[in-house]
Write a protein that binds this ligand. Structure first.
Ligand SMILES: Cc1ncc(COP(=O)(O)O)c(C=O)c1O
Length: 345
């Protein structure tokens, strides 16, 4: 099918760019002796998890037990739930997933770990590396590992506070990791895995000494946030939303058929809710649910024209789509159901 035959709005993936992103990351990780365990929150599609594994990933990451259930279809043999999940409805589901694959859960309290111990899962102790979201302080890692006492596989952290690929922040993270590893060694504890990483910092991951696993997610597609971080260029962005211009009745403005149910309200340093590819003068300044407001600033669009818009935060957009489309040039060659969308529990 030609791309012009797709109904809009449609989230399209340039497969050549996506595959290049995946290969580059696999090569980078391998060249630094770091295991790659991509976070699948960005695509939520088992076939893409499979592709990541086939291209060298050692395992996959999810945030929810429901996402873990979906991602089993990728055939993953080493799955991480990088989230301190808690709840009596969740524990039996975790146990079921753990029967089907090697399952590890990141925890930052004994309360989260204790009910999971009978399920046979393994644990990573989550340390706060500066984001201030979850994670114990570095000096609390070893005491928590000792208290859990069983199946502790290693250390996890997420440098989500670092929005650029500036090495200074990562060197601070490296110091924290070193501190924990020294304390673990002194206590006779050996951490098999030291798992961190993110997309903004992806090419500097080797600066974190002792980190032997990285979990970038957004890198598969990239987005305007990744460009703003300096970790990729516009040519590395694989995902965009194909929209139709549905109204030009207001002077020098156009309305596209994607609004806040398609794009994210996240803002980037570059401003606006997305970038109209090929028309840098156009400015995507406002959204209602079904309407995207674009100041044309002279850009020539008429009703019925199509625009491809690069989004600020691709993970959120994918989560709103039932299916997304893979294109090579102008040909639509793949349609994927977003099996992990809306899996909140
Ligand atoms: C715990 C954890 N690990 C890894 C990632 C992947 O981050 P990124 O999309 O920046 O690569 C996330 C993203 O939210 C995360 O929360």
């Amino acid at each position: 099918m030609h791309i012009s035959e797709l109904d809009t709005p449609a989230l399209v993936i340039d497969l050549d760019i996506m595959e290049r992103n995946l290969r580059r990351m696999s090569e980078y990780a391998a060249s630094h002796g770091i295991r790659l365990r991509p976070h699948t929150k960005t695509h939520k599609i088992p076939a893409l998890g499979r592709l990541q594994l086939d291209l060298g990933a050692a395992g996959l990451t999810v945030a929810k037990v429901s996402e873990a259930e979906v991602m089993l279809a990728s055939g993953v043999e080493d799955l991480l739930i990088a989230y301190p999940l808690y709840g009596p409805k969740k524990w039996p589901r975790v146990a079921e997933v753990a029967k089907k694959t090697r399952l590890t859960v990141s925890v930052d309290s004994y309360e989260v770990a204790e009910p999971l111990i009978p399920t046979g899962v393994e644990f990573l102790i989550e340390m706060d590396a500066g984001l201030g979201r979850v994670g114990v302080r570095p000096e609390e890692v070893v005491p928590l590992a000792k208290r859990i006492g069983t199946n502790v596989r290693g250390l996890a952290f997420y440098p989500g506070h670092l929005k650029s690929n500036d090495p200074a922040g990562l060197l601070q993270v490296s110091n924290l990791v070193q501190q924990v590893l020294r304390e673990a060694a002194a206590a006779g504890i050996e951490f098999e895995l030291v798992s961190g990483g993110s997309t903004p910092t992806m090419w500097q991951s080797h600066l974190v000494q002792g980190m032997n696993e990285m979990r970038p997610g957004t890198y598969i597609f990239n987005d305007r946030n990744t460009i703003a971080s300096g970790a990729c260029g516009p040519e590395d962005c694989a995902a965009s939303i194909l929209c139709t211009v549905v109204s030009t009745s207001v002077d020098d403005q156009m309305i596209i058929d994607g609004g806040s149910k398609t794009f994210t309200s996240d803002q980037t340093a570059a401003g606006g809710y997305g970038e109209v590819l090929g028309s840098p003068e156009a400015f995507f300044f406002k959204m209602n649910e079904e309407h995207g407001y674009i100041k044309r600033n002279g850009a020539k669009f008429k009703v019925g024209d199509r625009a491809r818009v690069l989004m600020n935060h691709v993970c959120v957009s994918v989560n709103m789509e039932e299916r997304i489309y893979g294109v090579r040039g102008e040909e639509v060659v793949e349609t994927w159901e977003v099996a992990g969308r809306g899996k909140l529990q």
